[in-house]
Structures are given as C-alpha cells and as structure tokens.
Ligand binder design. Structure first.
Ligand SMILES: C[S@@+](CC[C@H](N)C(=O)[O-])C[C@H]1O[C@@H](n2cnc3c(N)ncnc32)[C@H](O)[C@@H]1O
Ligand code: SF4
Length: 390
C-alpha cells in the first residue's frame, strides 16, 4: 500500500462520523475568535461547468450548455447575496473564480457575479483571479475580463504531450494551440498562472521533462503550479488504472518526477513559493500550507471552506442550484482540534523520515502538505456519500 492510501485511511478513520451540520453563524463567530482572526478572508467562487470532463478530475462539475450556465446564474447570485453578508466582513484578500471553468461565463455573466461579490464585501485591493480552460482564453475574452477588474488568470494546461492529453480526455485543444494561446497572453501582458500535473496516467519522466522544457523555452509563464496527480475517488482515470488500461507511475517514479521538475524550474530561475508553486517574481509571496493562515470561504456547490479551525463543505450539488428549489446553504464539516492537526503533522514527519531517511525541512514540508491534501480529499469523499447527499 502506498503512503497516499495509508493517509486516506488514517485521516478517514479519524474523521469518519464526525461531520456535523455547521451553521454560517458558527463560521462567522470563528472569524472573530479563531486563530486566523484579523488576517482577512479569501473567497472562492465555484462555476461548476466544463465543455468536456477530463478523466483525472473529480472536482464537482458537469458538462455545460449555455442554457444550463444561464440557469445557474440566478440561484447562484442569490447564494452569494445570502452567504457573503453573513461571513464576509472585513478585509478580502483575494477572490478566485474557479471551477469547472469560469471561462465559460459570458462577460455579462462574469460582470453580474462580480457585482454580487462587490456589493456584499469590500474587495478594494483584493487580487481577482479567473480560472480558464486555455480554449476560452481568446484575446477578446481576456481583454473583456481585464476591463471588468480581473487582475490575474489561471489556466489548466496539465501537459504538452498530445498522446497523453488524449488519455486524459484533455484533447479539445492541442499542445501546439495551447502554446500559441499562452504566447498571446504574454503579448497582452496579463499576469497568469498555468497548472501542470505530474504523476498522471501513462506519464514518464521523459515526457514530463519534454513538457517542462517546452513550457519554459516557448512560453516562460509568470507562474506555474505543479500538481501531483491525485488518484481521486470518482475519477474515470482511477477506474482505468484499476482495470490496467492505464499505468500510474509508481511512488518512487513520482518522487523522481517531482525532484526533477522542481530542480529544473529552479535552475531556470523560478522561485519556489510552496510545495507546488513556482513564480518568476523575485519576491513572490510564499504559498504556505492552509492558505497562509488566511481564512477562506467557498461559495457554490460542494466547495470547501476553512474558517479558524472549522473545515466545512457546502453539501448542495449543482442540481440544487439549477432547480432553483434545492437547499443551497447546507454546510457539513468538523472542527479540527489543534491537537489533531499536530498529531497528523507528527505522523507525517514520522512517515517522511522513514521513507526519505532525512529530516530536511523542505522534504518534511512536502509531506505535510500532501497530508493536508489527503484530509481534503477524504472529506470530499465522505461528503459525497449518499447518506449525506440528500
Ligand atoms: C478545477 S481545475 C480548473 C482548471 C480548468 N478547468 C482547466 O482544466 O483548464 C484546477 C486544476 O486542478 C488540477 N487537478 C484536477 N484534477 C486533479 C487531480 N486528480 N490531481 C491533481 N490535480 C488535479 C488540474 O491541474 C487543474 O488545472
Ligand atoms: S480539469 Fe478543468 S476542464 Fe477538466 S474536468 Fe476538471 S475542471 Fe473541468
């Protein structure tokens, strides 16, 4: 059993049965007395639609038609107007429109949702990011978003091997088209991040290296987030791996991939800002565990929030929003006692020391960060159980 599964079980056993309804008022109270009180709030706004669903992705999203998206906007605007006044007081540090693909919103829809946010909370000085599938990053659309006050983009690229992209159902654009789109963004001069993934099915160290070389030499993006593939429950790729149709690189290979990628990017002049974050900016802020201690509030179906020591997830599904009649503010979660977090941290340190035979700080941070990802993914799994999804 590899470490990832062990952590699933460890965290799963620890929190199983402990999820309880959490009221917005409880979260609000935590904003005042919790350990991150006074540090501000980051907002995550979920647009759960994609043109094509990728095999590796287990986020809460569905394939979209323009009518479906339009049907989401009304109830979702109402949701923003209900939740934000209850927990959104004080300084907002950032607003992140993700998904799914917030790039599928028309400029009019984006404008409306931004207005909902701005009417309810103070966003002056906050960084506003829109997540886009590269296909949606046309010049007109990007310029339109900038005119609405969007200050940064984030694009999922994943890799630049057309063969692997096909296996990931990621072939609505080709690698060459994506390079061209990113080069256009460089011309426009908008700050942006690209997501890459390592450890994906059928990936090899060589193909990852080819992607990285091409990314750096032909695009040179301002920021790169290098995600480790999570073999998530509910993702089609997980079944294909289990059936032997696709091959997941082994644990040792994944470690080698990470080390190679990290070293390559640092050698090319990127600053490492966190376990998976790299930036061209010299003094880029560190992206530490737990959102740098800043509370974050997720808005929309099946998204997480962490306020103080409360971890919560909105139990509503996209259908509850689309029907216009479902309950859209049912939060479930748990309070993670500081002691439990310390326990998880220490367990990870123990495992890291055994596995790597080293106590270097960066390795331990890597493992701690992976542990937190697992806690999140276990929560996602548990919250998707039928007993809680009514
Ligand atoms: C919610 S997606 C949104 C990006 C946008 N929809 C796109 O694909 O272009 C954010 C990022 O999560 C990462 N991601 C999705 N599924 C993942 C998985 N199973 N393991 C690791 N990272 C994953 C991908 O890198 C993806 O770009
Ligand atoms: S990676 Fe992006 S485009 Fe692919 S299914 Fe997930 S959210 Fe949709």
């Amino acid at each position: 059993m590899d470490c990832e599964y062990a952590l699933h079980m460890l965290a799963g056993e620890t929190i199983k049965g402990r999820l309880k309804p959490i009221r917005l008022a409880e979260m609000n109270q935590q904003r005042e007395v919790g350990r991150s009180a006074g540090k501000g709030l980051a907002l995550y706004v979920h647009i759960p639609f994609c043109e094509q669903v990728c095999s590796f992705c287990a986020f809460h999203r569905t394939t979209a038609s323009p009518e479906k998206i339009e049907g989401y906007i009304g109830p979702f605007s109402k949701h923003l107007d209900t939740v934000l006044p209850q927990v959104g007081r004080g300084k907002i540090t950032s607003v992140y429109f993700g998904g799914g693909t917030s790039g599928l919103l028309t400029l009019g829809q984006a404008d409306q949702l931004l207005a909902n946010v701005r009417q309810n909370v103070e966003t002056n000085g906050a960084r506003i990011t829109f997540e886009l599938h590269p296909k949606n990053a046309t010049e007109n659309h990007v310029l339109g978003l900038l005119a609405l006050g969007v200050s940064r983009l984030s694009l999922g690229v994943q890799n630049l091997s057309d063969q692997e992209r096909q296996g990931l159902d990621r072939n609505i654009t080709s690698a060459q088209q994506e390079v061209q789109i990113l080069q256009n963004l460089n011309q426009i001069g908008v700050p942006y991040n690209i997501d890459l993934m390592f450890g994906t099915p059928n990936q090899t160290q060589q193909s990852l290296e080819n992607t990285l070389i091409r990314v750096v030499e032909e695009v040179n993006p301002p920021e790169i987030t290098l995600f480790q593939y999570v073999n998530a429950y509910g993702a089609r790729s997980r079944n294909l791996i289990n059936q032997g149709v696709m091959r997941r690189p082994g644990l040792h290979e994944r470690h080698q991939m990470y080390d190679m990628a990290r070293n390559y990017l640092v050698t090319c002049g990127y600053n490492q800002t966190g376990t998976y974050g790299f930036s061209r900016e010299k003094d880029a802020p560190q992206r530490k565990l737990m959102n740098n201690g800043v509370d974050f509030m997720g808005l929309g179906p099946r998204v997480y929030s962490r306020i103080g020591n409360i971890f919560a997830m909105n139990n509503a599904r996209v259908g509850d929003f689309l029907s216009g009649q479902g309950k859209t503010e049912n939060y479930y979660g748990l309070r993670v006692p500081v002691k439990a977090e310390t326990f998880i941290g220490k367990t990870l340190v123990f495992l890291a020391e055994r596995r790597t035979n080293t106590t270097t700080k960066s390795k331990l941070n890597t493992w701690r960060s992976e542990g937190i990802t697992q806690v999140y993914s276990v929560m996602y799994y548990l919250l998707n159980q039928p007993s809680l999804s009514k």
